[in-house]
Design a protein around this ligand. Sequence first.
Ligand code: ITT
Length: 194
Amino acid sequence: MNLATFMEKITLVTHNKGKIAEANELAKRFDIEFVMSETSKKLEIQAENLSDVSEFAARNAFVVERGPLLIEDSGLFVKSLNGFPGVYSAQAFAQIGNAGILKLMEETKDRDAYFECALSFFDGKTMKTFVERVSGSIIFEEKGRYGFGYDPIFSPEGYNGKSFGEVQIAGKNGISHRSKAFEAFCKWYLDEKR
Ligand code: ITT
């Protein structure tokens, strides 16, 4: 007899394998698996907040996917930089990277920052977006070999200066912006299906 649990598969349109890994580690307890789309691309518009970016991208990807999908847009918001890189996080990471952010903050005492995640589900009719944050600070040097993006320079509240780059996926998922958004999505989705 096959006792394998039935896993619900949902398309996540992203090119970022780190996002898929974090989302799947979290979603396994809901018997949900996120599958990277091979057919569509996330089209990112320039907007003032992450949810506008993710909702636009979700509608756009649906034209190709023709089925239920998720898009996730995240960003790092640094208080002393007036919220930069924020909605420009992907471009800033590509252009100046973690070293560039640290350089911009060399003389800065106020290190407050947060990560935000906007996760949008769209099935052609229903658009549902979950926005979550994790607060913390920008440390003074890159630390750790786990995670991706800005993880080596961000220390969440209560971590005593340890960066997200120094913890494995399960640890980051205990408090991250992404895990909170995906958890809220999984609960909502399973509830909707009942
Ligand atoms: P997709 O757009 O294909 O989903 P991406 O990596 O470009 O992948 P975002 O636009 O959402 O994703 O992310 C903007 C930037 O913020 C990008 O450079 C990410 O590496 C970084 N980022 C997002 N979430 C992060 C996290 O949890 N930890 C560290 N950096 C993160």
